[in-house]
Design a protein around this ligand. Structure first.
Ligand SMILES: NC(=O)c1ccc[n+]([C@@H]2O[C@H](COP(=O)([O-])OP(=O)(O)OC[C@H]3O[C@@H](n4cnc5c(N)ncnc54)[C@H](OP(=O)(O)O)[C@@H]3O)[C@@H](O)[C@H]2O)c1
Length: 175
């Protein structure tokens, strides 16, 4: 068994900012719902997350339920709750996931993990929630290069005074 493809899920502002002081600088419940629904799917998906983003998830919400949770850290002493997989590289995470029956593999951040995933040959899809203003973030998504095609865009929505739209990009070579 192998991991067939990787998918990034990210919310980024107009400057591709994704976070500030290890948290999200906006509150968009509809985007949280989208994230939960996409990554949970039929209950057989995996998420891969950086240790700092893991720390930013409220304790009562982690591990993310009904998903296989994989945390990346280089700290050999780092421990996670039972059932959470801990790996010291993306490749080892993919190797481990290839031994576990699952459907989609989502990279859910943060910036360091996105940067690595964007270079990975298995990356096929980017689910980008584009937030239509700037939030003075201290971490950024590297951006979407022209090897990806924009294949779907939602209408512009607004919540808590913030406009956003859902966009999906696919690797051109896989279209
Ligand atoms: N807007 C969004 O969609 C979104 C999504 C996720 C996160 N965020 C935001 O992003 C920010 C966090 O991002 P970040 O870049 O600072 O941190 P991060 O990517 O979440 O985590 C970085 C940590 O992951 C580990 N790591 C990184 N690369 C690794 C590798 N190749 N192998 C093994 N371990 C590796 C290291 O952990 P150790 O230090 O333990 O070794 C590193 O310190 C927060 O502000 C968060 O709110 C935003």
């Amino acid at each position: 068994m192998t991991v067939a493809s990787l998918e990034i899920v990210v919310a980024a502002d107009l400057d591709f900012g994704i976070g500030k002081e290890n948290t999200l600088p906006w509150r968009i419940p509809e985007d949280m719902k989208f994230f939960q629904s996409l990554t949970t799917g039929s209950g057989k998906n995996a998420i891969i997350v950086g240790r700092k983003t893991w720390d930013s998830i409220p304790e009562k919400r982690r591990p993310l339920k009904n998903r296989i949770n994989v945390v990346l850290t280089r700290d050999a002493a780092w421990t996670a709750p039972e059932g959470v997989i801990v790996c010291d590289s993306l490749e080892k995470a993919l190797e481990k996931l290839s031994t576990i029956d699952h459907e989609h593999t989502f990279i859910i951040g943060g910036a360091q993990i996105y940067a690595e995933a964007l270079k990975h040959p298995l990356l096929k899809t980017i689910h980008l929630t584009r937030i239509m203003q700037e939030f003075d973030c201290d971490v950024h998504f590297p951006g979407v290069d022209d090897s990806f095609a924009l294949v779907a865009v939602s209408d512009t929505n607004e919540e808590n005074g913030v406009e956003f739209r859902f966009q999906r990009y696919e690797k051109k070579s896989s279209l």
